[in-house]
Design a protein around this ligand. Structure first.
Ligand code: 2M8
Length: 443
C-alpha cells in the first residue's frame, strides 16, 4: 500500500494550497480556473473543509458567501455567479428573475446540489477546536449564527422536495445530483424530450477540454437545458414544476447526505446550547435515513434512486448505491457495503490503476472509462466514502481509501476526474475540490 513520503506530503500540500490560492476570488473560490469560473454549491463545501486546514476564518468566509445566495425558500442554489464569464448556461439562461424567492444582490442558478455543507462545517469546527483559541471561538460563533440558515436549507429539502414524505429528496434535474450524466439518470432522461420551442444554445464547456468524449453528449446537453426551461416556465416553484416537469426522481445520495448533515447539525446545535431546531433536525435525519435504507436492493446490497414519475426503482451499479454508508443506521448493511466497496466489483477491481471509488462499477455494463460520471474516479467521491467509513468506525477501510486517494493525487495536477484503468487525468486541471480534499487527507 502506498505511504506518502515526507517529501510527497510537503509537495502535495504546497501545490494544493497554491491551486486554491489561484482559484481564490476574495470571499469565494471558483470551482476551477476556466471550465467552472463561478462558485458551485457542493464544491464550496469541499473547498471550505480543505481551506480550513490552512485558515479557519477563510473557510468560514466561503460558507458565508454561499449562504449569501440562499433563496427565501431556504434553497441553496447550485451556482452563484459573481462576475461575467463565458460559462453556459449563464444568468440570462437561468432567468431566475421570474422567481419570487431569489436572493437580492447576487445572481444564481435556480436548482440545488447535494447538501454536503454541514458535513463540511462539522469538519471545520473539528479543525478549529483542535487549533483552539480564536479559531475555535470564530467557528463556534459561526455555527450559532448560521444554524437557522442551515436548518432552513435542510427543511427546504425535507418539505418542498419531499412533499409526500417518501424519505427521499426529490431532484428536478440531473445536475442537482452533482453527477450530471450518471447512468443513474438514463431511464428518467429517456422521458425528457426537448420541445420545439426551446431557445437555441451554443455549448461552451467543450472549449475547455481536450476531448469531447469526456463530457456529456450534445443530446444529453439539450435535455439538461430543456429541464432548465421547464423550471423557468414553472417560475422555479417546486409544486408547479412537479406538476409539469419531465424529470422527478428521489435521489438516495442526496437523501443520505441530508440525513448525515441533519444529525451533525443537531449534534453541533446541542453542543453549543442551541435548543430551537435540534429536534426538528433529528427528525429530518431519521426520516431520510429510513428512506435510504428502504431503497436498498436486498440482492445487490446497494441503495436505489426512485423514479417518481414511474414509481420504479433505478437499478444501476453507481457509487450512489453506497448511500447507506453515508447515513448509517444498519450495522450489518454497513459491513456488507464496506466489503462490497473494497471488493472486486468496486475499489478492488483487478483492472483499476488505484483502488479508489469509481463512479460506476467497472463490472457494470454501464461502465464507460473516460466519460464524466459514467465510470471515472472522482477524488471527492472517494473522500466522501472514506469520511463515511471513518464515521462508522471502519478506520482501516477509510485509511485504505485515503492512502490510495493520495497515491492518485501525488502528481499534483488535481484533475477533475481520473480514468480508472490507466490513471489518466481527465476534465479540468487545478480543480478546487480535488486540491481541497488532498489537504484534508494530509491533515
Ligand atoms: C459539474 O457540473 C456542472 C453543472 O453543474 C457542469 O458540468 O457544467 C459536476 O461535476 C458537478 O458535480 C460539479 O459541482 C460542477 C463544478 O465542479 O461540475
Amino acid at each position: 500500500m502506498y505511504q506518502p513520503t515526507p517529501n510527497d506530503i510537503a509537495l502535495m500540500a504546497g501545490r494544493a494550497g497554491y491551486v486554491l490560492k489561484g482559484n481564490d476570488r476574495g470571499r469565494f473560490t471558483v470551482a476551477s480556473p476556466t471550465l467552472y469560473p463561478h462558485m458551485w454549491s457542493w464544491d464550496a463545501g469541499f473547498v471550505a473543509l480543505g481551506i480550513a486546514t490552512v485558515s479557519v476564518p477563510r473557510a468560514l468566509d466561503e460558507l458565508r458567501t454561499l449562504l449569501g445566495g440562499q433563496w427565501t425558500t431556504g434553497m441553496i442554489p447550485h451556482i452563484l455567479f459573481h462576475s461575467p464569464s463565458d460559462y453556459f448556461p449563464d444568468p440570462d439562461r437561468w432567468r431566475t428573475q421570474v422567481a419570487a424567492a431569489r436572493p437580492a444582490g447576487v445572481l444564481t442558478s435556480g436548482i440545488t446540489q447535494p447538501p454536503i455543507h454541514v458535513i463540511a462545517l462539522s469538519r471545520i469546527l473539528h479543525d478549529a477546536r483542535r487549533k483552539g483559541g480564536a479559531d475555535q471561538e470564530l467557528a463556534e460563533a459561526f455555527v450559532v449564527e448560521t444554524f437557522p440558515r442551515w436548518l432552513a436549507w435542510h427543511r427546504y429539502l425535507a418539505t418542498a422536495r419531499d412533499p409526500y414524505a417518501h424519505g427521499l429528496v426529490e431532484i428536478h434535474h440531473g445536475w442537482e445530483s452533482g453527477m450530471d450524466d450518471s447512468p443513474r439518470w438514463d431511464a428518467p432522461y429517456a422521458q425528457v424530450h426537448p420541445g420545439p420551442d426551446m431557445p437555441p444554445f451554443v455549448r461552451r464547456d467543450l472549449a475547455h477540454v481536450s476531448d469531447p468524449s469526456q463530457r456529456p453528449s450534445d443530446g444529453e446537453y439539450a435535455k439538461y437545458l430543456w429541464l432548465v426551461e421547464q423550471k423557468v416556465r414553472a417560475r422555479y416553484d417546486d409544486a408547479a414544476y412537479r406538476a409539469t416537469g419531465d424529470f422527478v426522481v428521489g435521489d438516495v445520495l442526496v437523501s443520505a447526505l441530508l440525513a448525515a448533515a441533519s444529525d451533525l447539525l443537531a449534534d453541533m446545535g446541542s453542543e453549543l446550547g442551541i435548543v430551537d431546531g435540534v429536534e426538528e433536525s433529528r427528525a429530518i435525519a431519521r426520516r431520510f435515513r429510513t428512506g435510504v435504507l428502504r431503497s436498498v436492493d436486498p440482492g445487490t446490497g446497494l441503495a436505489r434512486d426512485l423514479d417518481l414519475r414511474t414509481g420504479r426503482y433505478l437499478d444501476v451499479d453507481s457509487a450512489a448505491g453506497f448511500a447507506p454508508l453515508v447515513c448509517g443506521g444498519d450495522e450489518a448493511l454497513i459491513r456488507r457495503q464496506r466489503d462490497l466497496l473494497l471488493g472486486p466489483r468496486w475499489c478492488g477491481h483487478s483492472r483499476l490503476r488505484w483502488p479508489v471509488v469509481p463512479s460506476v462499477s467497472p463490472a457494470s455494463p454501464h461502465f464507460r472509462e473516460r466519460t464524466y460520471w459514467r465510470g471515472p474516479q472522482w477524488p471527492v467521491l472517494n473522500w466522501l466514502m472514506a469520511w463515511a467509513l471513518n464515521r462508522s468506525g471502519e478506520q482501516e477501510a477509510a485509511n485504505a481509501l485515503r492512502l490510495a486517494g493520495l497515491a492518485q493525487l501525488v502528481e499534483c495536477d488535481f484533475a477533475e476526474y481520473y480514468q480508472p484503468i490507466t490513471g489518466e487525468q481527465l476534465g479540468s486541471r487545478d480543480q478546487s475540490w480535488t486540491a481541497a480534499i488532498a489537504l484534508d487527507f494530509l491533515a
